[in-house]
Design a protein around this ligand. Structure first.
Ligand code: R5P
Length: 297
């Protein structure tokens, strides 16, 4: 552990600090600024010779810029003698476009994976990456990829802070079954999923299925809340099916535009997420999860 250095990019500083604290380490000093033409200037003020370096950078908000910053940080760390660079990209943008859905489209995930590898990344850690879309992550990346899940941390938070009566955990679609079943084990409940159909980036339709939610408190769990469309549809259906209280948890609270308002208006009592994406509801820190994984390298 003494040889591990923690470096935070612009969007990874808070998590880097919290991870370093868990590991009893100090975050390496990094200077990131812009030249007058907008170009990024990067300087790592730390002796990285023969060190293992974990670069923390959540690729949200300005994904192109933050990804490029990661590439500069990684290449620089290697150049400064680091013997291994680990990418810790808790929110991993570009996982959506893993295929050419329409003629002429970029298969962005493949390009991004190649760039991350080409600058010398040895391993990648992410949290609840869109692996279900990616299929087998090993088909895309030639380096080891560790996809951690925050579902137990989210469920722990709910268990400690909300007294759910006759709880059931519901995922809004088939893909969310993995998080629903994990969270259900933690809070000692059963789980089920709804059926979702997506029409473009911001329009979804959820089919009514007969779920045993009448008179029960429901924890709805998903990996991402982006436009909030999925969760708003889910709460509508669960209310129609007789759910009592609804608590919503997600790993990455992107919460674009007025997503949070719409979710609260739809009847959710509490919305919570992790700090992989800083937001007004990032009550749960992903730092212990990532620190635990880094302890094992
Ligand atoms: C989809 O596959 C994901 O698991 C989420 O359900 C989705 O990204 C949420 O997006 P939105 O909040 O825009 O409905």
């Amino acid at each position: 552990m003494a040889r591990l250095k923690i470096v935070g990019g612009s969007s990874g500083r808070l998590l880097a600090t919290l991870i370093a604290r868990e590991l009893d380490l100090k975050v390496s000093e990094v200077e990131i600024r812009r030249f007058p033409d907008g170009e990024k200037y990067i300087r790592i003020k730390e002796d990285l010779d023969d060190q293992v370096v974990a670069i923390i950078q959540s690729i949200h908000h300005s994904p192109d810029e933050l990804l490029f910053e990661y590439l500069l940080l990684c290449d620089t760390a290697r150049d400064l003698g680091a013997n291994k660079v680990i990418a810790v990209l808790p929110y991993f943008a570009y996982a959506r476009q893993n295929s050419r859905f329409n003629p002429g489209e970029a298969v962005s995930l493949r390009t991004v994976a190649r760039l991350i590898e080409d600058v010398g990344t040895a391993e990648l850690y992410s949290v609840d990456m869109h692996q279900h879309r990616v299929g087998r992550v090993s088909d895309v990346f030639g380096i080891p990829v560790h996809n951690l899940t925050a579902a137990p941390l989210l469920a722990d938070y709910v268990k400690a802070n909300v007294k759910l009566e006759k709880p059931i955990v519901v995922g809004p679609d088939e893909e969310s079954k993995q998080w629903a079943s994990t969270a259900a084990k933690v809070i000692g409940a059963d789980h089920d999923v709804l059926e979702k159909k997506r029409f473009g980036a911001d329009k979804v339709e959820i089919k009514t299925r007969s779920l045993a939610v009448r008179g029960r408190d429901v924890l709805i769990i998903d990996d991402i809340i982006s436009t909030g469309g999925t969760i708003v549809e889910a709460t509508k259906i669960l209310k129609e099916l007789g759910a009592r209280r609804m608590v919503v948890a997600c790993t990455h609270p992107i919460l674009a535009d007025d997503a949070l308002v719409r979710i609260y208006e739809s009847g959710a009592e509490l919305v919570l997420g992790t700090n992989t994406v800083p937001s007004p509801v990032s009550y749960v820190s992903a730092a212990p999860l990532i620190a635990d994984a880094l302890r094992r390298i």
